[in-house]
Write a protein of this length. Structure first.
Length: 366
């Protein structure tokens, strides 16, 4: 999945780091560490206090006694810091927020696990399903009962905090809705869009979904025809591509994360999305470290990440909830996407490497 959320402030994608290289990389681009001090205890008017069923009374006293929480996350600081301030304000537990790209975090966590280090409590990225099971604690947060079944790991190692649907997007000042293709086959006929279409260089999940939907021979042949006709620009960073499409640098994103296209739209960008068969889906996930230094705070924080309060907060930024009691922003976007064939793609590392090699051959080997 490449950089994923780490792209949000331009951290480069990094894979296969050795311990020495990782240390050097982190010394140059250190993740952000922020301590959110405990909020002073103060009485709240019961009429205005938010309802917080995620504050599990079986965990709260022990979590408060531990006193702090260390979060590894690829979510950008503009969202992550105020989100965990809600947690601190509700619990009095200070939060150390360590932010880096998915690739850096995955490499760092692997090194720390092998060194038997108790370095973080929870991790929030889109790649937790690729982590070895022994790195994650089996835990079923009470709030998990409210999220969609396909956003729950059967082995209780990770849970979906938001749904990462994929779809094309277009610049609303360059392309009229009536001009939008109604199938991926139609993209292969749009010679006038050659050089004006972009796709991120890590969209191997999208490619797998295309092949699964059309069949291997037809799916690969379709992508070859699209590439030959459109000559897509291969970009590095999904948010950067969404912003470039919203600014008119690209007329079309052949594929992008809907939550990032919506983020740019909500900020005033000239961008919108439409759905085609198939719609690829995976999740922004949360998991608890098997060697968490603050295990009770970790479990409480994981429960918070699945709460209505958390998902309503993230929806302000265009992230799509995994709970059906939280409305998407803008309303109706999930209903529009799920009218199409949704294919959930969760790959093990070796499978992802195979699909990435196929993607590179199709889009970068031309």
């Amino acid at each position: 999945m490449g950089g994923r959320e780490g792209e949000l402030i331009g951290v480069p994608k990094i894979a296969g780091l050795t311990a020495a290289v990782l240390g050097f990389a982190l010394s140059l681009v250190a993740p952000l560490f922020l301590l959110l001090g405990p909020a002073p205890a103060r009485a709240q008017d019961k009429a205005t206090a938010p309802s917080r069923p995620w504050l599990d009374p079986a965990l709260l006293p022990a979590a408060r006694a531990e006193g702090s929480l260390i979060v590894y996350s690829s979510t950008n600081e503009q969202e992550g810091l105020p989100l965990f301030k809600l947690f601190t304000d509700a619990t009095g537990i200070k939060v150390e927020y360590v932010r880096a790209s998915d690739a850096v975090l995955m490499s760092r966590m692997g090194i720390e696990f092998r060194a038997d280090q108790r370095s973080y409590d929870i991790v929030q990225t889109a790649t937790i399903n690729k982590m070895p099971a022994q790195m994650l604690a089996a835990y079923e947060p009470p709030e998990a009962s409210h999220i969609s079944p396909n956003a729950r790991d059967p082995n209780q190692r990770w849970y979906g905090v938001y749904a990462n649907y994929n779809s094309p997007a277009y610049n609303t000042e360059r392309v009229r809705p009536s001009e939008l293709p109604q199938s991926y086959e139609e993209f292969a006929q749009r010679k006038e869009w050659a050089g004006k279409v972009a796709i991120d260089g890590t969209d191997n999940e999208w490619l797998k979904a295309i092949v699964q939907y059309y069949g291997e021979r037809e799916g690969i042949d379709l992508v070859k025809r699209i590439v030959a006709t459109l000559r897509p620009v291969v970009t590095d960073g999904h948010l950067a591509m969404a912003r470039a499409t919203g600014a008119g640098e690209y007329w079309i994103s052949l594929n992008n994360y809907v939550n990032l296209s919506m983020n740019v739209k909500l900020a005033g960008g000239a961008i919108d999305v439409w759905a085609l068969d198939p719609v690829t889906l995976f999740f922004g996930q949360v998991g608890v470290n098997a060697k968490a230094p603050h295990p009770n705070a970790a479990r409480l924080a994981a429960n918070f990440m699945l709460s209505r309060e958390c998902q309503q907060f993230l929806a302000r930024y265009g992230r799509l909830p995994t709970r059906n009691d939280v409305q998407s922003n803008p309303p109706g976007i999930i209903e529009m996407l799920t009218q199409k064939k949704v294919i959930t793609v969760l790959m093990a590392p070796e499978e992802e490497r195979r699909w990435q090699r196929q993607f590179d051959q199709l889009f970068k080997g031309r």
